[in-house]
Ligand binder design. Structure first.
Ligand SMILES: [Zn+2]
Length: 108
């Protein structure tokens, strides 16, 4: 498993690559621990028509390794590391900058 404690719905900042510095929300994290982030690593795919979709050029976000992402605390509005703390509901993620718990984002 990857060390970063990110979940879908978190706001992250990109640390490396062509989208360095961009912020976005994590859409999905796959089994490899790679995350697709809104507006980051967007590629155009020329797709043929299938029974489900029409042909055309579609833009989609490709996943990137979470090691290239850093959590952005909504309270500090700054990139922050996350710590774990024992809370009411078991383990809680807290921002190491302000100490505020990072709510579990609701999946879209
Ligand atoms: Zn914070």
């Amino acid at each position: 498993m990857v060390k970063l404690r990110l979940v879908a719905g978190d706001t992250v900042v990109v640390l490396a690559g062509k989208d360095k510095g961009k912020r976005g929300k994590i859409k999905v994290i796959d089994r490899r621990g790679w995350a697709a982030v809104e507006g980051v690593n967007v590629v155009k795919r020329h797709t043929k028509a299938t029974p489900k979709a029409k042909a055309g050029i579609i833009e989609k976000e490709l996943p990137l390794p979470v090691g290239k992402l850093m959590y952005v605390c909504p309270k500090c509005n700054a990139p922050a590391k996350l710590a774990f703390r024992r809370g009411q509901g078991g383990r809680e993620r807290v921002c190491r900058r302000c100490g505020e718990p990072a709510e579990r984002p609701v999946k879209a």
